[in-house]
Design a protein around this ligand. Structure first.
Ligand code: PXP
Length: 252
């Protein structure tokens, strides 16, 4: 049985999930025990995050197995586990039973998740993994480009949600085409009954037009919030992003 949605109404407050990977990136730079991504997750929750996102990468460059274990056991909001579609990661998800799994493409040499999943070509590989997670009651989401075929194929795969890759928009926020693609894919996804999420490269300066897209229920934001936290602290950085999202929603 699929997990129930926290809010399915487009009018509801847009959820902010904070990706705390880069707290672990700083720790891994010295292979020490600080800063602790779990402590960061708890600060984010107190500052108003609706959920915590962590990406356990195959190469363990930032988040480690022990981090996700501890975070899964301690978050008081909801955990969104980002992962590649591998047997090892599916086994981890089935053991930890996060609220939500977002499947992402992973290439070892990439600096970050560079593109969306090729859901059309990879449908046969994704389907059994998604079925296992659905059977375990885990909400499922696919990180895809804002592209008609990818949205439709995601619906065919029976996922609860799609997360639209906002990277093209973030690199060219002034280009009407990149925002239009997000709007069109959001409308299509919602019309097909999918929950629509979005993320990648969003910052306090570029978030407003994406936050204002009515069908987008949830944003996943990491790097810019952790970067801003260096100067103003994590609590303030989360609150600033929350305020920017709320202002964009209010002025629609
Ligand atoms: N969503 C997904 C699926 C991601 O892979 C990432 C990056 O880890 C993000 C959102 C957050 O992107 P950023 O760190 O650029 O805010």
């Amino acid at each position: 049985m699929a997990a129930t949605r926290p809010n399915s109404s487009a009018a509801a407050r847009q959820r902010l999930y904070i990706n705390i990977d880069h707290v672990a990136t700083i720790r891994q730079a010295r292979r020490t025990d600080e800063p602790d991504p779990l402590e960061a997750a708890l600060v984010c929750e107190r500052a108003g995050a609706d959920g915590i996102t962590a990406h356990l990468r195959e190469d363990r460059r930032h988040i480690q197995d022990d981090d996700v274990e501890r975070i899964a056991g301690a978050v008081t909001t909801l955990l969104n586990l980002e992962m590649g579609c591998t047997d090892e990661m599916v086994a981890t998800a089935l053991r930890l039973k996060p609220y939500q799994v977002t499947l992402v493409p992973e290439r070892r040499e990439e600096v970050t998740t560079e593109g969306g999943l090729d859901v059309v070509r990879e449908a046969k590989r994704l389907a059994p993994a998604l079925a296992k997670m659905r059977d375990a009651g885990i909400r499922t989401s696919l990180f895809i480009a804002p592209d008609d075929a990818a949205v439709r194929q995601s619906r065919e795969l029976g996922v609860d949600a799609i997360e639209l890759h906002t990277g093209a928009y973030s690199h060219a926020p002034k280009s009407p085409a990149t925002l239009a693609a997000l709007r069109t894919a959001s409308t299509l996804g919602a019309s097909l009954g999918l929950a629509v999420h979005a993320g990648h490269g969003l910052t306090i300066r570029n978030v407003a037009p994406v936050a204002a897209i009515p069908e987008i229920e949830e944003l996943n934001i990491g790097h810019s919030i952790i970067s801003r936290a260096v100067f103003v602290g994590l609590d303030a950085a989360v609150r600033e992003m929350r305020a920017a999202m709320d202002a964009a929603r209010a002025s629609r």
